[in-house]
Ligand binder design. Sequence first.
Ligand code: FPP
Length: 245
Amino acid sequence: MSKSELLRTAHIDAIAVPRHVAIIMDGNGRWAAARGLPRAEGHRRGVEALRRTVRAAGDLGIQFLTIFSFSAENWSRPSTEIRELMMLLRRFVRHDLAELHSNGVRVRVIGERENLADDIRRLLDEAEQLTKNNDKLVLVVAFNYGARQEIARAAQRLAAAVSAGDLAVSAVTADKLASYLDAPDLPDPDLIIRTSGEIRLSGFLLWQSAHSEFYFTDVLWPAFRKIDFLRAIRSFQQRRRRFGC
Ligand code: FPP
């Protein structure tokens, strides 16, 4: 199906497709538990849902897709589960990077990289480096990410600039602080989707979501399909965005 047929069938306005969609991919564990499967299987199927979603985002003409892959709080999970999630990231980058690259996807990473394993840091750097000239879709991977930590990192960089005499205290505005965030050149998300029936942000893009629209669905992440994505976009298109006006 061509892009325009797809949008017409789903009653979606091709012009008003959100430029930046961010997703909290939740419910892997519950999806697995409901089937008597180990949580790891839920995460593996979650990666398949991610692949489908990246393809769909490209088909729909979305320009930026941010995914919450591993939160700063996820370190408190059992070590076996953390190992599994790290392994899935390694596999995702190793196996999918070539396809992402050939489809014109640019990979960006936000989050704290310092305390990640060396090989993971290298893989993330390589993914960004290899795809840096692509412009069909920007896939922003939030890994070891927490918005409070991101804002604290920005404040630290900003304070360093002030104490070095490069920035006047009176020049500290919201826009100035934002310019020290992990990826300051990205537009704020237009639409934030969270799966699995949870209705909260859990430290995801707290600064950038000031004017975002939210869409919550009961669908568990491994079961998330293109039709669910289209429903979220249709709901977005029925909103009247006011940006505080
Ligand atoms: C939430 O499910 C999901 C995560 C903790 C991480 C999301 C990870 C993936 C989709 C797979 C990994 C992808 C990459 C690129 C590494 P949950 O375990 O919190 O589910 P639950 O709330 O039902 O227990």
